[in-house]
Every structure is written in structure tokens, then in C-alpha cells.
Design a protein around this ligand. Structure first.
Ligand code: URA
Length: 234
């Protein structure tokens, strides 16, 4: 399928490169050019792959999926008032894109690990919908040794978190040693893993998400990210 064509100023504005009214100056200065040297005006209809900005191809069009290794200490929010944001790790112009890039669900400030971000609203909805039940694996460090009944309680589908009415769906606990576990859950309730351990009288001191569906971090270091194909998501 051929990429769709839109006005040059609209394209550059939506990808966060500049305000639409700045395009004539960027054309005059040779900052924005056509890959085949064709002449351009602000209202020329172009596709994303025809245009260069400072000699470089443009960022991908809408439909971007970013796999990030979130470090602990960053917040999954668009609100600068909440501290350093996960969006601060991305190129500045990506924060100006329209549609906006948002996190697929959230990780708590002190949780590290695999975080997806996308500007595709339908994909975001699908991946966060309770119907979809994407398995997510968390590595947790616990304050107190396990008692032994936690695996059965989490697997039972009867655990009700403080302040909630419906029980958590069955979750799989794997024990590494008496204070280190992995937990696979298919929901995304608020602070779910920490609250599940609180419900069995324990406390999570460190939490890391190692997988989301079929995706893992591979060799991405904390703070790094890469673009992935939406098709690679289950
Ligand atoms: N569960 C939590 O408690 N925190 C997270 O960040 C994710 C799942």
C-alpha cells in the first residue's frame, strides 16, 4: 500500500519537527528538502518517505511502537510536575507529535522494566483492555520470606485486593528463593503486584517487568528504547 499524502506543513507539524508556519523558512534555508530534489511548497502534498529534514529521513509516521527499558525513578505521566518523565528519554520533537505518544498502561515510579509506548490509539486500547489478557511477567524482591501459601492464593482467582470488589484473575508465581519471585499476571490493576503481596502480608521492595506478551527487553539497558513493529505484538 502506498503511504498517504498530506500537505508538507501538516506532515512536519504532526511529526513535531516545527510549527506549520515555520515551513516556508525551512524550505528557503534548505533544511527541508525532497529526496529527489523536487521543488516543494508548504502546501505540496507529500508522503513521509519523500522528505528529508537536515538531510535525514523523517521519523516514522503514525503507528509507532516503542519498546523502552524504563529505569526506576521515572514517571509514566505527561505531567511535568510529577518529576522526571519516561517521555524525557525520547527525542524532544516526539513529545510534540500529534497524535500523542502515550504509555501502554503504566509502571509505578519505582518499578523498572519493559514499557511500551505508542501513538496508535486502537493498539493502546487493545493492549490495555481487560478482555485482551496480555500476560506480563514481573520479578519481585520481597521484604519478608515467603510463607508457602502465596502461589496457591494467587493461582486461585479468589484474591480480593484492598478496596476492590472483584477478585484478581489467576496469576502464576514462580519461586526463585524465599525473597525473590516472578509473578505472571494478565490484568493491569493499579499497583497490582505490590497490592497482591500486601494482601498476603508481605511487601515488595523492588519490582521489574521482564516481559509483556511475547516481548522481552533483550539487551536494552535501562533508559534505552527501540522501535518495534506493531505486528510483533501478540
Ligand atoms: N504492579 C505494580 O505494583 N506496579 C507496577 O508498576 C506494575 C504492576
Amino acid at each position: 500500500m502506498k503511504p498517504s499524502k498530506v500537505r508538507l506543513d501538516k506532515l512536519l507539524g504532526s511529526l513535531g519537527y516545527c510549527a506549520r508556519k515555520e515551513v516556508p523558512a525551512l524550505l528557503r534555508e534548505g533544511i527541508v528538502t525532497h529526496v529527489q530534489g523536487l521543488s516543494l511548497k508548504s502546501d505540496t502534498k507529500v508522503s513521509q518517505d519523500e522528505i528529508l529534514f537536515e538531510g535525514e529521513p523523517l521519523d516514522p509516521p503514525q503507528g509507532m511502537v516503542i519498546l523502552m527499558h524504563k529505569p526506576a525513578g521515572l514517571v509514566c505521566s505527561h505531567d511535568d510536575g510529577e518529576g522526571k518523565l519516561v517521555y524525557d528519554l525520547l527525542p524532544e520533537r516526539w513529545r510534540l507529535r500529534d497524535p500523542k505518544i502515550s504509555t501502554v498502561g503504566r509502571l509505578d515510579k519505582e518499578t523498572s522494566g519493559l514499557l511500551l509506548l505508542t501513538d496508535d490509539g486502537a493498539l493502546l486500547h487493545r493492549l490495555t483492555s481487560p478482555k485482551h489478557k496480555v500476560p506480563k511477567v514481573y520479578e519481585a524482591t520481597l521484604d519478608r520470606p515467603l510463607k508457602g501459601d502465596e502461589g496457591g492464593i494467587f493461582a486461585s482467582g479468589t484474591l480480593i485486593l484492598n478496596g476492590e470488589k472483584s477478585p484478581c484473575l489467576p496469576a502464576k508465581l514462580e519461586i526463585i528463593d524465599d525473597t525473590h519471585v516472578t509473578l505472571e499476571i494478565t490484568e493491569g490493576r493499579y499497583h497490582q503486584v505490590r497490592r497482591m503481596f500486601a494482601a498476603v502480608g508481605n511487601h515488595v521492595t523492588a519490582l521489574h517487568r521482564s516481559s509483556f506478551g511475547n516481548l522481552t527487553l533483550g539487551d536494552l539497558a535501562p533508559g534505552e528504547y527501540r522501535l518495534i513493529d506493531a505486528e510483533s505484538l501478540t
